[in-house]
Design a binder for this molecule. Sequence first.
Ligand code: NDP
Ligand code: 2IT
Length: 451
Amino acid sequence: MSIAGDEIKKFEKDDCKQDDVFYQAMEEVICSIGPLLESDPKYKKYAILERLVVPDRVIKFKVTWLDDNNEIQVNTGFRVQFNNALGPYKGGLRFHPTVNEGILKFLGFEQILKNSLTGLPIGGGKGGSDFNPKGKSDFEIMKFCSAFMTELHKYIGPRIDVPAGDIGVGGREIGFLFGEYKKITSSYEGVLTGKPFVFGGSLMRPEATGYGAVYFTQKMLEIEGKESLEGKICTVSGAGNVALHAIEKLQQIGAIAVSCTDSKGTLYDSRGVDLALLKDIKLNRRASLEEYIKVHESAKYTPIAEYPEGAHAVWDIPCYAAFPCATQNELNETDAHNLITNGCESVTEGANMPSTPEATAAILSHNLCFAPAKAANAGGVAVSSFEMSQNAAMTKWTFEEVDEKLKIVMQQICTRVALTAKDYGVEGNYVDGANIAGFKKVADAMIAEGI
Ligand code: NDP
Ligand code: 2IT
């Protein structure tokens, strides 16, 4: 049995269904790092893998709040503090009805290696709640965020654990969370990132993940000797923070982004999506994508119920480059084959783990360029780290300064991932490159810090 096989066996999962996505994320990393473990016995001697896959702690708490009808609502809150070998725990908060401990462990585990790849001093964590922000009033969101922070504030701090946004958590939620933290602790400090610019947020944090994914793709295509994105058709899924800014950057560089999706359906506008309209629908009105075709009748909206059997409509649109930016496991093996058949040359994961293992395997075996999430979407957390720096120094950087630093970080990650893959005999495989490079840095820090 190979090293990877041996290692996976050690971590065979129990019957906890919730942990499926966590094991999926862990298995990918274990399969990648075989060559590293073989190259130096110290990683086994210090039991790095055994230590890395167990979070330092999982905090779980009750969140009780009053809705607008003065009825009591109860949700569950979590913070998974996974690993702080490289810096304070750092990672987003997700508010979505599907949130459970398993999902947050998968996200927290990915975050350790992602944050390591940025080269910045940040450890890995993740948190959130099964609270559903959809359809809630601003006051309900505020009351929930206050109740959530009443418990969370005990465990976080600018040098301890610095949460940020993720699905369902944007500037509005971070603002309410920050306000409550400040009230409870009487301390004005950079305990959260993704804050609104008006009180301590970094310029470009909202744009950072989507822009960063495009910067990464540009560099990857250059390294791999492929044609650039300019003038090319690109498909994007999601219609939230990451997707909207990926579309925006694609448009700025002259690519044609023709799609987006939300939890109800897929929008396809062959002339390129009308981003101003999309932002109005999603950011101002928080409405369904279906609204778009009321303005642009030639665009096509496909509700989920009409998706082809076992596939997602968005990945059946011919494109040069695809950007899954919605959620985990949204691109399956059938979708991957549709992309390949339609001539797609490049897939960039803007979301966390959007491709299933089978999809990733199909994409890699057909020699498409493939930018894995923990490398390609690291721009968001990188600018979060810049926000921490600005807060600590009580200063503000310009948009251009942050953009330039983001571009450099994304290009450095891409180059390092490509070189690491080459060094370990898997040239062109950015999944293995990212896992080995990310793991090695955390592992070396853990060894240096002792047990
Ligand atoms: P948002 O909440 O802003 O947007 C999420 C989008 O994805 C929405 O359009 C939502 O649809 C759609 N979506 C969510 N869940 C599902 C689902 N189960 N099925 C179909 N569509 C779904 O989140 P973000 O854009 O911030 O996050 C998107 C992805 O990017 C996530 O995987 C997140 O972990 C990852 N990520 C985010 C970063 C950030 O800085 N925000 C950084 C790095 C990664 P609807 O509008 O109907 O809710
Ligand atoms: O998955 C992610 O990297 C994020 N949701 C952003 C984390 C952060 O701390 O900015």
